[in-house]
Design a protein around this ligand. Structure first.
Ligand code: CTP
Ligand code: MG
Length: 229
C-alpha cells in the first residue's frame, strides 16, 4: 500500500525575517525546501511526494524537483498552499490518489530531518494503525506563569514531550479529521485527537528541529557543513 508525504512549504517565514518565503531561503548551497525533499526522497521506499508551496512558486518547484523525484521512482505533485498551515495541509490532502493508505505530513522548515525518521514514522503507522508523532523529552525546567510573568509553579515535565514532524496517520483517519475539524489546530496530531482518534509517540530526532528564527538557520548551515565533512 502506498505512502504519501505532504511537505508544507507555503508559509512566509515572518520570524525568520528573510526576503524569500522560508522554504526558499538558501541553505547548504540549495534551499530549505531542497534539504527537506532530499530527506524524503532518501526513504527506504519511494513515497508519493506532495509539495505545498506559495501559489506563485508552483511551476518553479515542479521544475526544480521533477528529476530528483523521478530518479528514485517517487511520484510528485506540487500544489498551492493556503493562508494557514492547516489550509496548506488540506490542499495537499485533496490531491492524494486513492491508492494512498498512509500519509506523513512534514514541515519543510524541519530541513535536516533524517530519512530514517520518515521510515520509522511510516512503519509505526502501518504497524499500529494510529496517528504517530515523533517526540522528545523536555530538557528545560518548565514553569507555569501568571499574566504578569510571576512564577506560579513548576510543571512536572516527566509527562511532557516536545513533538516534531513528520507526523503520520492512516489516510482514512486524516481525511476524516480534516473533513470534520472545527477551528484551527497547532499540528495535525491535535486535529486528529480532536476527532477522537488515538495518537501515539515514537522517539524524535534532534536533527528534526524547526528552522524558525535566524539562529536556527545558522545552526542548520553548521550541521550540514559537518555532515558533508
Ligand atoms: N506553512 C504552510 N502554509 C502556511 C503556513 C505555514 O505551508 N499558510 C508551513 C511552513 O512553510 C512551514 C510549516 O508550515 O514549513 C511550519 O510553519 P512555521 O514554522 O510557522 O512557518 P511560517 O508560518 O512560514 O513561519 P512564521 O510563523 O514565522 O511566519
Ligand atoms: Mg507560522
Amino acid at each position: 500500500s502506498a505512502i504519501a508525504v505532504i511537505v508544507v512549504a507555503a508559509g512566509s517565514g515572518t520570524r525568520l525575517g528573510h526576503a524569500e518565503p522560508k522554504a526558499f531561503v538558501p541553505l547548504g548551497g540549495d534551499t530549505v525546501l531542497a534539504a527537506s525533499v532530499s530527506g524524503v526522497l532518501a526513504m527506504r521506499r519511494a513515497p508519493h511526494l506532495v509539495l505545498v508551496v506559495p501559489g506563485d512558486r508552483v511551476e518553479a518547484a515542479r521544475e526544480r524537483f521533477a528529476v530528483d523525484a523521478a530518479d528514485v521512482g517517487a511520484a510528485l505533485d506540487v500544489v498551492a498552499g493556503g493562508a494557514t498551515r492547516q489550509e496548506s495541509v488540506a490542499a495537499g490532502l485533496a490531491v492524494l490518489p486513492a491508492a494512498v493508505e498512509t500519509v506523513l505530513v512534514h514541515d519543510a522548515a524541519r530541513a535536516l530531518t533524517p530519512a530514517l525518521l520518515f521510515d520509522e514514522v511510516a512503519a509505526a503507522v502501518r504497524a499500529r494503525r494510529h496517528g504517530i508523532v515523533p517526540a522528545l523529552d523536555v530538557v528545560d525546567t518548565v514553569k507555569r506563569v501568571a499574566v504578569d510573568g510571576r512564577v506560579v509553579e513548576t510543571v512536572d515535565r516527566s509527562s511532557l514531550r516536545a513533538v516534531q514532524t513528520p507526523q503520520g496517520f492512516p489516510r482514512s483517519s486524516l481525511d476524516h479529521a480534516y473533513a470534520t475539524a472545527r477551528g484551527e489546530f497547532t499540528d495535525d496530531a491535535a486535529l486528529v485527537a480532536a476527532a477522537g482518534l488515538v495518537v501515539e509517540t515514537v522517539p524524535g530526532d534532534v536533527r528534526a528541529f524547526k528552522i524558525t528564527v535566524p539562529a536556527d538557520l545558522r545552526r542548520a548551515e553548521q550541521l550540514l557543513a559537518e555532515q558533508r565533512g
